[in-house]
Design a protein around this ligand. Structure first.
Ligand code: NAP
Length: 269
């Protein structure tokens, strides 16, 4: 396979694609869209029942799907996921790293919360890329799409921003490391999207299909970076060019402030 759409049009695209975070929101919309193109979608997330019903939905359209219950923070789960994907046709043509957790943990947050977010949002995509890249190199082609965030360009969301800045740096580096290998590497940076992750947030937001559409485009033609919706591009540009504006706008407002712990007892007597 050459990593692009097959002869006969997009619906004949028979690539094997792993999509993490497929049980909800952006990952689910992406899996549905890729399945409708005829791709074999390997669905990964922890909630097996959600994956099974999504798999059935994809099978009812033009696609094929395989549900693999996966906790991306577990190395043995990642190994099983890639083994099961390989068992389909001996190759993995694409990896879409969508799985992620939200919340804007501040510097004062519990260490366990910070560590968990780093494990899901940053360490897992790195491990998944490490697992699939040798397979792609052996075939001389492949596509990797990582879902970052506008919060990975503008540091106002505490640990969440840290993970997405990290993923951006890693994605840029991997693209340069793999140049000439036939593997395309794309970072997609969504702004606010209407999914369970943003439940309770006020204001109109586009649905997850806008991101799924960008993933599909990146699988056909890799780009360095795609910001969706495009209206966030100005904010990203301004925060890099004039960071003082962001400093003033978010002074005292960045990240979620944890509930302060009870003050230590004062001296007696
Ligand atoms: N929504 C937005 O506004 C927005 C904006 C920018 C970027 N993003 C990014 O887009 C991605 C998807 O977010 P979403 O909005 O679609 O959120 P979502 O609806 O909450 O979906 C999150 C997905 O991640 C999976 N996941 C979480 N922890 C996991 C783990 N340990 N192992 C495997 N899967 C895990 C969940 O599956 P299980 O719970 O079944 O495991 C779920 O499928 C995230 O990386 C997020 O940072 C979202």
């Amino acid at each position: 396979m050459d990593g692009t759409a097959r002869q006969g049009g997009p619906a004949d695209d028979r690539r094997v694609v792993i999509v993490t975070g497929a049980s909800s929101g952006i990952g689910r919309a992406t899996a549905l869209r890729l399945g409708a193109q005829g791709m074999t979608v390997v669905l990964a997330a922890r909630r097996a029942s959600e994956l099974e019903s999504l798999s059935a939905e994809i099978e009812r359209s033009a696609g094929r799907a395989l549900a693999v219950a996966t906790d991306v923070t577990r190395m043995d789960d990642i190994e099983r996921l890639t083994t099961e994907a390989m068992s389909l046709s001996g190759r993995i043509d694409a990896l879409v790293n969508v799985a992620g957790v939200g919340r804007s943990h501040s510097i004062m947050s519990d260490d366990a919360d910070v560590e968990h977010m780093l494990a899901v949002n940053l360490l897992a995509p790195i491990r998944l890329m490490r697992a699939v890249v040798p397979v792609m190199i052996a075939h001389g082609s492949g596509s990797i799409v990582n879902i970052g965030s506008v919060a990975g360009e503008i540091g106002i969301n505490g640990t969440y921003s840290a993970t997405k800045f990290g993923l951006r740096g890693m994605t840029d580096s991997v693209r340069r490391e793999l140049a000439g290998s036939g593997i395309g590497v794309t970072l997609i940076e969504p702004g606010y999207i209407d999914t369970p992750l943003t439940a309770g947030r006020a204001g109109r937001m586009p649905g997850p299909d806008i991101v799924a559409h960008a993933v599909e485009a990146a699988l056909r033609r890799p780009r360095r970076r795609l910001i969706v919706p495009g209206r966030y591009r100005l904010a990203v540009f301004l925060s890099a060019a004039l960071p003082g504006i962001v400093d003033r706008r978010f002074a005292g407002k960045a990240a979620e402030k944890p509930v302060p712990a009870a003050a230590p007892p004062g001296p007696r007597g």
